[in-house]
Write a protein that binds this ligand. Structure first.
Ligand code: ATP
Ligand code: MG
Length: 662
């Protein structure tokens, strides 16, 4: 008997039950897709609580914030406790939470800014300018590539020299300059109280490595650590886990080597093997049954992944009975017909078979492949949501508004300051730089302390005549964001910026004013949930690009009706739907041209694992759609060949559909 009244034995199979009820210690659940790994984790959390563990002593790491929310929903259905003290989220969100608490230990303040890719590029530009390095032409890596290189250094723990030698040989003669940029970038982040996404991981790790007291604090706090999608953790992340659990050793990780799809972020499926080396006494649980899919879908998934040489042998057996339908292969004339077909089929499923829109997903390799479908779905009045593409917060107008807020929260934030002043008429890069230097020299910037009045200070600055009145207006808006040296609430801030000047700027600058205005309204609405502006900014930044983005979904799905989901395969990881459409199944689309060009086995096998992830999302029906031509191809590949992944599936397992759309 237990407090929650859960009958564990009835809800779990033997291996799951063993794992869920095991004594605290290192444990690894390694099993294929849909075998109930995530279910094992949620029940494990419930079980620990049943055994008297405090919610605040549990750390549950997931791959996306959406996954974290869903898991917490499931757990709270299982147990009566209030779970708000339980720490859950992505590595990045947990890292930022720890770093905000102890930022001063690292020479930052609690309100440090979080840089996304765009901000990183802007900062790298200023570093290049400081160093007087020209990046015109092909002689030097562009800011975007520099950011990629620096990120590789962090995530793979390979030195810059080796990275350049291995992957960017043609820049080898610039190594010294690139190293200077890297140093300059690190220094600038510190000087401007800013961290990028990698810092959220690495600095958390370093903080705990270097500070014995804090290390002890968190080691004592987290008595139980649980990790989903372990195959996609990289070495920095696994070090962080190992460090946190080294006192209590109650660690459960679950994963599937066949679904490792993040090697570009330094993840390595061999991590799973390393786990057993690191914890020789680890208990290992293997589940060989699949609860998700009908046998027809499981068979093609098994066949697809079998072609990979680098995998641990495991074959999944279906628990479910045979389905109604053989997996469909749908060759179709072109990509616009593909959109038509998907819409018509969805209509039939909803009208004829009573399938609900939210039981349907359309998956693709890359976001651009969803464009025609988005238009067609909208045209036909379907409700749909998208979990990929440009993040809501990454859109120019949203970042413009946020720049004001970020600046008042972090008065050393050069990137946000420059973004703000560059919106003023008559202000170019030179002037923006000078204005920054003037600001940076004030005691308020130096001490990161809010002035009693921004306008009093800023009106004394020298600005171009053309910018004068807008500069003044900006100063008054800043006053409203922090009246009398105290920060206003997030929604008050957005309102002040928008009504103060940004609305006009928006009208004058962008052509699709209405939809952008709606975005700002969405942002304002979203911000009302937050009292603390730093929390609000964190949350916005952490809706990472591998994550579902509530703000964006809301915008697409205003009626709050159940909606069809459009998603990249990466972002569909761990999820399931009754019906899955996999579109763009042509060579050059999936596998991508880049993978085909690279030609190495490793990239190819990773791409195939992604294919396996896609197939195994489906419970009842799958449609694999192959467009035969691509009228909008830039590569000149007008005629497309079917994806070579299809060849790995025996013909008799598929039913070829002969579709004519009209
Ligand atoms: P993935 O590798 O895709 O993340 P997973 O191994 O995490 O998959 P889950 O999502 O936990 O699998 O489970 C897949 C489906 O099977 C879910 O709908 C889950 O509720 C169901 N399921 C898992 N185990 C059982 C069980 N013992 N009895 C009944 N249903 C189960
Ligand atoms: Mg899972």
């Amino acid at each position: 008997a237990n407090a929650s009244g859960i009958n564990y034995a009835a809800e779990l199979n033997e291996q799951q039950l063993l794992a869920v009820t095991s004594r605290p210690g290192p444990a690894l659940v390694i099993a294929g897709a849909g075998s109930g790994k995530t279910r094992t984790l949620t029940h494990r959390v419930a079980y620990l609580l049943d055994q008297g563990a405090q919610p605040g002593s549990i750390l549950l790491l997931t791959f996306t914030n959406k996954a974290a929310r869903e898991m917490m929903e499931r757990v709270s259905q299982l147990v009566p406790q209030d779970l708000s003290a339980l720490w859950t989220g992505t590595f990045h969100s947990i890292g930022s939470r720890i770093l905000r608490r102890h930022a001063d230990e690292l020479g930052f303040t609690r309100s440090f800014s979080i840089l996304d890719r765009d901000d990183q590029k802007a900062m790298l530009k200023t570093v290049l300018a400081d160093l007087k390095i020209e990046v015109k032409g092909k002689g030097f890596p562009k800011p975007d590539l520099l950011a990629t290189m620096f990120s590789m250094v962090v995530n793979t723990e390979v030195s810059l020299d080796d990275i350049i030698e291995e992957s960017y040989e043609y820049f080898a003669h610039k190594l010294e300059d690139i190293r200077q940029v890297q140093l300059g970038y690190e220094a600038k982040k510190l000087a401007t109280n800013s961290m990028d996404f990698d810092d959220l991981l690495v600095r958390t790790l370093n903080l705990l490595q270097d500070n014995e007291e804090l290390r002890g604090l968190y080691q004592r706090k987290f008595k139980h650590v649980l990790v989903d999608e372990y195959q996609d953790t990289n070495s920095v992340q696994s070090k962080l886990i190992n460090l946190l659990v080294s006192k209590h050793k109650s660690l459960m990780v679950v994963g599937d080597d066949a679904q490792s799809i993040y090697s570009w972020r330094g993840a390595d499926m061999r991590n799973i093997l390393a786990f057993e080396e690191h914890y020789p006494d680890a208990k290992v649980y293997k589940i060989e049954t699949n609860y998700r899919s009908v046998p027809e879908i499981l068979e093609i998934s098994n066949a697809a992944i079998r072609a990979n040489t680098e995998q641990y042998e495991k074959e999944l057996r279906a628990v479910r009975e045979g389905g109604q339908m053989t997996p469909a292969l749908v060759p179709i004339e072109n990509t616009s017909m593909q959109a038509q077909f998907v819409c018509e089929r969805i209509q039939d499923l909803i009208d004829g078979d009573g399938i609900k829109p939210n039981e349907i997903a359309v998956l693709y390799r890359a976001h651009y492949q969803s464009m025609e479908l988005q238009m067609e779905l909208a045209h036909r009045g379907f409700q749909f949501e998208i979990t990929s593409g440009l993040r809501f917060f990454e859109q120019a107008h949203v970042k413009d508004v946020a720049a004001y807020i970020r600046f008042v929260c972090n008065l050393k934030d050069e990137v946000s300051f420059q973004r703000m002043v560059l919106m003023l008429p008559g202000v170019g890069a030179k002037t923006a730089e000078r204005l920054w230097r003037d600001w940076a020299a004030t005691e308020f910037a130096v001490r990161d302390k809010l002035p009693a009045s921004f306008s009093e200070l800023l009106l004394k600055f020298k600005v171009p005549a053309k910018a004068k009145s807008d500069w003044e207006q900006m100063a008054y808006i800043l006053d409203e964001l922090a009246p009398a040296g105290k920060l206003a609430s997030p929604s008050q801030m957005i309102y002040a910026v928008f009504e103060g000047s940004y609305d006009e700027y928006l009208k004058a600058t962008f052509d699709n004013y209405d939809s952008r205005r709606k975005d700002i309204e969405t942002l304002m609405e979203y911000s009302e949930k937050f009292e603390d502006v730093v929390d609000f900014l964190s949350q916005l930044s952490l809706m990472s690009s591998v994550d579902g983005d509530p703000a964006q979904q809301k915008q697409q799905n205003q009626k709050d009706e159940p909606a069809i989901l459009l998603s990249s395969i990466h972002q569909a990881k761990g999820l399931e739907w009754k019906v899955v459409f996999l579109i763009g199944l042509a060579d050059g689309m999936f596998p991508t041209g880049r993978v085909l060009d690279a030609g190495d086995n490793e990239s190819f096998e990773e791409e195939r694992r992604l294919f396996y992830v896609a197939l195994t999302r489906a419970k009842d029906q799958i449609y694999m759609v192959y467009p035969m031509t691509n009228p909008r191809s830039y590569t000149g590949d007008y005629v497309l060949s079917p994806s070579r992944f299809i060849d790995d599936i025996p013909e008799e397992m598929l039913e070829e559909w002969n579709v004519s759309v009209w």
